[in-house]
Design a protein around this ligand. Structure first.
Ligand code: FES
Ligand SMILES: [Fe+2]
Length: 393
């Protein structure tokens, strides 16, 4: 009797992504959840009088800085007859549409209609859709949610205590997701990256065995891990007994809606000096922003890959020899097919994070406020718990 092959790929069931937690478009449950928070959308230093297109949470917008220094984030289709403000000209008071010259300020007020009698007797009736923006830590932040629910912009204690000889540096490249400074947008769903932060077990495998020692050799020690729910999300504590006798607790945090706080990858003792945000561009792309407290004479570290080359210089064959976070996460597809996953005991962090995220999304859907949102300026500062702490040095 011939044995029948089992488990072949033939006739397998159609699989799907978990739309509730992965999607971010306006009107979707995940999108409404995301729209209850402030999001970093650009480096302050790169926002000037030249309008730029930005895509965030699946919405296309135009970002500029008026000549008085105020950043503005507007819906791009001009309220008059719809050409894009990307071709507009920035002036002291706002941006002037190239087609018939309507002038809008950073809050969308129409200030001038030069083709109309008296420069537009009824211009007050027109409003270009806009979003509130603020600047903090060298980043421009946007709030794209219901106006009556606008929270205070979160601050982070580690970034608030800048001593003489230190400064805050903001970055917006894909380096922290396995790419490099030549690429800003990562072509996969934001959750692939955010949940990776609660996956300490990929570190000794991907980052030490497959990619070569990408951080330090000590990261190759398989950790003992505990996951805990924390005030605004969750954290893990990865305990490692190192070969030289040192014992290390490495605490990493994932906070709502997409904050990641990873301690120093060289295992230097102390709290994490930086905070990162996994900002959804749309359902199938994300962009990372970071703000870090560094010494005044800090020079950015260039991560080198195979044979000392930059990630963007590698061929596909070289990436196969030395895959990193980009290859692993983008390799999960534009949006991961969550129904196909087999979560096991070492995925407790990922499973918990998905569960907590779903709870928060449902809280918003039921009219509540999600974790991490506050309307009280006295409660704006979040204490960073992530860091490297040695039990034995
Ligand atoms: S389309 Fe913008 S002013 Fe006419
Ligand atoms: Fe990683």
């Amino acid at each position: 009797m011939t044995l029948i092959d089992e488990g072949t790929a033939y006739g397998r069931q159609r699989q799907s992504h978990d739309a509730e937690i992965a999607e971010v478009g306006a009107g979707t449950p995940g999108g409404e959840f995301m729209r209850r928070y402030w999001h970093p959308i650009a480096l302050s230093a790169k926002v000037d009088a030249t309008p730029q297109n930005v895509r965030i949470l699946g919405e296309d917008l135009v970002l500029f800085r008026d000549r008085k220094g105020r950043p503005g984030l507007l819906y791009p289709r001009c309220a008059h007859r719809g050409t894009t403000l990307f071709y507009g000209r920035v002036e002291d008071e706002g941006i002037r549409c190239c087609y018939h010259g309507w002038l809008f300020d950073v809050k969308g007020n129409c200030l001038d209609q030069p083709c109309e009698p008296e420069n537009g007797r009824h211009k007050d009736k027109v409003r270009q859709p806009w979003y509130p923006v603020e600047e903090l830590y060298g980043l421009v932040w946007a709030y794209m949610g219901p106006p009556n629910k606008k929270p205070v912009l979160t601050r982070w204690d580690t970034l608030e205590s800048v001593k003489p000889g230190q400064k805050i540096v903001a970055t917006g490249s894909s380096q922290g997701a396995g790419g490099d400074d030549t690429v800003e947008i990562v072509p996969t769903n934001w959750l692939n990256d955010w949940e990776n932060i609660m996956d300490p077990f990929h570190v000794p495998i991907l980052h030490t065995t497959f990619s070569g020692v990408q951080f330090v050799p000590e990261m190759g020690v398989m950790p003992e891990v505990t996951w805990e729910t924390a005030s605004h999300g969750m954290r893990y504590i990865a305990y490692r007994k190192l070969e030289d006798g040192r014992e290390l607790d490495r605490i990493t945090q994932a906070l709502f809606p997409h904050t990641r706080i990873v301690p120093d990858i060289r295992l230097i003792e102390g709290p994490a000096a930086g905070v990162g945000w996994v900002v959804p561009v749309d359902d199938t792309h994300f962009r990372l922003f970071h703000a870090r407290k560094v010494p005044e004479d800090f020079k950015p570290i260039e991560v080198r890959h195979y044979e000392g080359r930059k990630w963007s210089e590698l061929t596909d064959a070289e990436k196969q020899m030395r895959p990193g976070d980009w290859e692993a996460q983008v390799g999960q597809g534009p949006i991961s097919l969550h129904s196909e996953d087999h979560l096991v005991s070492s995925d407790q962090g990922v499973a918990s994070l998905r569960r907590l995220l779903r709870e928060q999304i449902r809280t918003v859907a039921q009219g509540g406020d999600p974790l991490g949102v506050t309307f009280d300026p006295a409660r704006a500062v979040v204490k960073v718990q992530a860091g490297n702490y040695y039990r034995k040095k």
